[in-house]
Design a protein around this ligand. Structure first.
Ligand code: ADP
Ligand code: ZN
Ligand code: ZN
Length: 679
């Protein structure tokens, strides 16, 4: 007698079908079993979710499942619980999310190959070589009092731990010890980092500390085969340590004993497409679900986490001192408005900063210059007719890249050779305005002809292994001055850097995004942390900031390395304005052929939203770059002082928006972002 199964398949929430569909099976199958099922004319992967009670495919008879992949142990109930929660919270379908977070390679496997793969891993899990180079292996340092206190807090935690410590205060050492405790108990530790490609050093530190254990990484830089293998090791309970980026929060971990979220404030923990989940927030949920400790570490915690700590929902654990007693670098503000004017000369770096860099070079130390804009110049301009290098498909300028003489749109990717003359009036004198990393590098080479000037940004690291190569050159001391975007501010342990300079950070002060100051402060603090990692050099390490707004409170807080007063001021502003963390937000985005169509859809949605009490829908507005690749974009904020009120409203309101679609010709797609990070 065939049984009915409710199966999660990949169908977006607002498609006409739900994502749990009923199928029949000759034998009963455990929930979490991987299947292949017919959907229309296709055969798609699915997961048994329940014993029946899904939606009948419209008007059709129940169809039998096509294949059962029971070589894969069923995804356990706690994993399905995580997916159920995340799908509901971020307003996606269960099937879409469940299948999106499985390794893509699983789709290609048949049961026989899968069985072979699993058997091979079970027989010989790949442990870290226990004796690579014993002599070189440093012993674990003796923890200081603050670190001991942190570990004690983790051991007895009944709420998430917010580990607040500047770079070099020994946070990673705390993670290592906490992981060691979990491993000793026979448990698995999950460590989430913002960008694993930038932090091979962290992987090396864990590998060095845990010989004989199995460690895997999970991130999008892996080949499909590696990703499957690593995921299987986690799911089978064979991996002791899982190090990964945001997607690793969905790893099934049968022996989970600890979760660490390093740099918890980092925006890259938020997925920016599909199900726009926050891996940090899901990590907290997951830890509570599994009754395991979770450690959120940062020098500049997100204001959400900080506020929760103030409310006693998280436990704040400080690491106030840098290891070895090294001071944080001295912050020097260069008030550009006070500098004497130099007629006709575009000022690259203020003379005192240039002198400080030259001093570093003379001493054999390194300097790091941060400029958050890649390319040579953000725009080309014709002085005769006013033409500018706009992108024909986007509301953005095309950036001048001098190295390959192209004009490139960073939004739609359009790339063309730089015209010889102005395309509008034929004037030969078209000139770049403003400055990106390429130009800064060129200008520095001219100013410091004897120095070796390196550059690390998305362009310089496009090829396989290029980033590692360039980082190695910096570590080896083959670079005197490194120019880079925020890529270089994160996590690297540069031992010879004693000067960090933010060349032009001001633009973030005037952003319409209320989180811009928070992000700028975190970036500058993090950049400052790159200087004086070596305690011996800490005393003469400096962070320079070139600014036209030297009186801005953000810089005063930076100068004092005073996160707490910065946070207090920001929280007061947010409270007064009714913004997160004092309110819950969702952002509805609409993409359409015309701005009118996008606006029309959102306005209709807004009208429907009026029916809900306790929720405010704001006016539709264009995002910072409104048109991308000929698609017009608009967005609308929905806000409520209560997260649960907003959640209930969204669950009721969003399905109705799907019904509006038909009335808005020209609408291409719409999507919701719950707890949006960039506004
Ligand atoms: P963070 O993660 O906060 O930047 P780390 O854990 O990386 O700090 O520590 C900075 C440096 O100090 C590392 O080289 C680490 O090995 C060392 N270190 C950490 N804790 C101690 C300690 N208790 N005693 C001696 N050295 C330590
Ligand atoms: Zn012209
Ligand atoms: Zn474009």
């Amino acid at each position: 007698m065939p049984v009915t199964l409710s199966v999660a398949v990949e169908a977006p929430r607002h498609a006409s079908l739900g994502s749990l569909l009923d199928y029949t099976s000759e034998q009963p199958l455990a929930p979490g079993t991987l299947l292949r099922v017919p959907l229309g004319r296709r055969n798609v992967p699915g997961l048994v979710w329940d014993a029946g009670a899904g939606n009948m495919p419209l008007g059709a008879e129940l169809r039998p499942v096509s294949a059962v992949l029971d070589a894969l142990p069923p995804l356990p109930a706690d994993w399905r619980g995580l997916i159920d929660f995340a799908a509901a919270y971020y307003q996606r379908s269960v099937g879409e999310l469940a299948l999106a977070v499985l390794p893509p390679e699983l789709r290609k496997m048949d049961n026989v190959r899968l069985l072979r793969r699993v058997a091979r891993l079970m027989k010989a899990p790949p442990a870290i070589d226990p004796t690579p180079n014993l002599a070189a292996k440093p012993a674990a340092p003796t923890l200081n009092d603050e670190q001991h206190a942190a570990l004690a807090a983790i051991a007895s935690a009944d709420k998430p731990i917010l580990l607040h410590g500047v770079t070099g205060s020994g946070k990673t050492e705390v993670y290592l010890h906490a992981a060691a405790t979990a491993l000793q108990r026979g448990q698995q530790a999950l460590v989430l980092v913002p960008e694993i490609n930038l932090t091979p050093q962290l992987e090396a530190r864990f590998a060095e500390r845990f010989p004989g254990h199995v460690m895997v990484s999970l991130h999008s830089g892996l080949t499909p085969a590696q990703r499957l293998r690593h995921w299987l090791l986690a799911h089978l309970g064979l991996a002791d340590l899982v190090l990964g980026t945001r997607l690793a929060v969905f790893a099934p971990l049968p022996r989970l004993g600890l979760i660490v979220v390093d740099e918890e404030h980092d925006p890259s923990f938020k997925q920016q497409e599909g199900a726009r989940y926050s891996a940090r927030d899901l990590a907290v949920w997951r830890a509570r679900q599994r009754s395991v400790p979770v450690v959120l570490g940062s020098a500049t915690p997100s204001l959400e986490s900080w506020q929760r700590a103030l409310e006693g929902k998280y436990q704040r654990v400080p690491l106030a001192q840098r290891i070895g007693g090294g001071a944080m670098p001295r912050v020097r503000l260069l008030d550009m408005a006070q500098l004497p004017k130099q007629e006709g000369v575009e000022r690259v770096l203020a003379p005192p900063l240039l002198a400080a860099i030259e001093e570093r070079i003379a001493r054999g130390e390194q300097s790091l210059l941060l400029l958050n804009r890649r390319g040579y110049a953000p725009v080309l301009h014709c002085s005769a007719c006013g033409w500018k290098s706009g992108c024909p498909h986007c509301s953005a300028w095309r950036v001048f890249h001098k190295s390959d003489r192209t004009l490139r749109c960073h939004h739609c990717g359009l790339s063309e050779r730089v015209p010889r003359a102005c395309p509008d009036c034929g004037n030969l004198d078209i000139a770049p305005i403003g400055r990106g990393t390429e130009k800064l590098q060129e200008q520095l080479s001219a100013l410091l002809p004897a120095a070796r000037i390196g550059r690390i940004d998305a362009d310089s690291t496009r090829g396989v292994g290029l980033l590692q190569q360039q980082l190695a050159a910096v570590h080896a001391g083959d670079v005197d001055v490194l120019v880079g975007t925020q890529m270089v501010a994160k996590g690297h342990d540069f031992r010879r850097v004693t000067l960090v300079a933010a060349v032009n950070p001001d633009s973030a002060l005037f952003s319409s995004d209320f989180r811009a100051p928070e992000r700028l402060f975190a970036l500058l603090m993090q950049a400052a942390g790159r200087a004086g990692r070596d305690a011996e050099q800490a005393a003469r390490s400096e962070m320079w900031v070139q600014t036209w707004n030297a009186r801005h409170p953000i810089y005063a807080a930076l100068r004092a390395h005073d996160y707490e007063s910065f946070a207090a001021a920001q929280l007061a502003e947010r409270h007064a304005a009714g913004l997160p963390p004092f309110a819950a937000l969702a952002l509805v985005r609409a993409d359409a052929r015309t701005a009118e169509a996008a606006t029309g859809f959102l306005q209709a949605a807004s009208t429907l939203a009026q029916a809900y009490e306790g929720v405010t829908a704001y006016r539709p507005v264009p995002p910072f770059v409104a048109k991308v690749a000929d698609v017009e974009r608009m967005q609308m904020l929905v806000e409520s002082p209560s997260r649960s009120v907003l959640q209930r409203m969204l669950a009721d309101w969003l399905p109705a928006l799907q019904g509006l679609r038909a009335q808005h010709k020209g609408l291409i797609r719409w999507a919701v972002d719950v707890d949006p990070l960039a506004i």
